[in-house]
Design a protein. Structure first.
Length: 341
């Protein structure tokens, strides 16, 4: 018991992960099915059929009177109306969380049109709002304008908006089938969300608490996420190198204000190794940037080290990755990527 308390109070930060639209709900399904213990999962969609297939702690169909549960058909304005019409229920569902993590694919109707509004509702209640969004493949041409619009609205309303560019992720494993590509993206985003949730709610080798996270994520605009992995004798160097070479969107780091680095490793990971990685992956940032580290031991990882670094206050540059080809190719690329990421 902590001195000065009656022992009943819960000092862990309360977290909700809210998935919006098809992509967001799929991510929630994955998190829930894999058993996320540190956060409440909430799926929100205008599409009743899709929502029916999703498993989550809470599910919510929005704008029933407007779309009849048939989805927003790629129209963000319509989805924004749906979010507005369901404002009271959404506000109720996200009430009382210290942090709300939003997930949505930019480029369609529901996720694109409702993300900014849900972010605003969560902020009004005082939650720290961090959004994970994907930016459409080059081959989804008509969706990019919508995505740009959605991203702009969202970054005005969320504290930090972390962007994953689909093409960029796929440039590390070209010629993947679209479905496999989505699966991969969901995995990466899901791991990142789970990483943040676990980091602040479970005992760790190097603890990161909610106050630390808030300091680097409050009012920070857009952010980039880099992921890396190391294994074997040079695992620390490999982890640093792969993290620096696997940004999920290219960005101009000039204005970088802060960064969060999280390292996960098997039980042999030492504090010294984790610190070395934290320093290695943030070396190029301005000396004034506020950098926080966290590290957790996950016995199943054995000799493997996994790194996630999120750099905030940067400007994403879209379109630097080669466009994903529409060709179909073997799934072995997925296995290859699974190892790097
Ligand atoms: N990672 C991932 N991305 C997806 C998935 N489905 C779609 N996307 C991407 O997310 C963007 C938005 O698609 P959806 O999430 O299906 O759209 P929505 O928000 O449901 O919009 P409406 O169906 O028009 O209401 C697409 O342009 C794709 O780039 C998925 O299962 N996983
Ligand atoms: Mg949909």
């Amino acid at each position: 018991m902590i001195e000065g308390t009656n022992g009943d109070e819960d000092f862990t930060a309360k977290l909700a992960v809210v998935g919006l639209g098809g992509m967001g709900s799929n991510l929630i399904n994955r998190l829930y099915t894999n058993g996320i213990r540190s956060a409440t999962t909430i799926a929100i969609n205008t599409d009743a059929k899709h929502l029916n297939m999703i498993r989550a702690h809470k599910k919510m169909l929005i704008g029933k009177e407007i779309t009849n549960g048939l989805g927003a058909g790629g129209f963000p304005e319509l989805a924004a109306k749906c979010a507005d019409a369901s404002r009271a229920e959404i506000t109720e569902a996200i009430r009382g969380y210290d942090m709300v993590v939003l997930a949505a694919g930019m480029g369609g109707g529901t996720g694109t049109g409702s993300a900014a509004q849900v972010a605003q509702m969560a902020r009004e209640q005082g939650s720290l709002v961090v959004a994970f969004v994907t930016y459409p493949f080059g081959l989804e041409r008509s969706r990019k304008l919508k995505a740009d619009w959605g991203l702009e609205q969202l970054s005005k309303n969320a504290d930090t908006t972390i962007v994953i560019e689909n093409d960029k992720l796929l440039s590390y494993a070209p010629n993947l089938q679209v479905e496999k590509a989505f699966e991969l993206i969901d995995n990466v985003a899901g791991n990142a969300v789970k990483g943040i949730a676990d980091t602040i709610s479970m005992p760790s080798l190097i603890n990161l608490d909610f106050a630390d996270l808030r300091a680097v994520m409050r009012d920070m605009g857009t952010a980039v996420i880099n992921i890396g992995m190391g294994q074997g004798p040079d695992k620390v160097e490999k982890a640093i190198r792969s993290t620096l070479t696997h940004p999920l969107v290219e960005a101009d780091l000039d204005g970088a204000k802060s960064a969060m680095v999280h390292v996960t490793g098997g039980t042999s990971l030492t504090i010294e190794e984790a610190t070395r990685i934290g320093e290695g992956v943030t070396e190029s940032l301005d000396a004034k940037a506020n950098v926080i580290f966290g590290a957790r031991l996950v016995p199943e990882l054995q000799d493997q080290i996994r790194v996630m670094s999120i750099v905030t206050g940067v400007k994403p540059i879209f379109g630097s990755a080669p466009r994903m080809s529409e060709e179909r190719a073997p799934a072995m690329a997925l296995d290859y990527l699974g190892r790097i990421l």
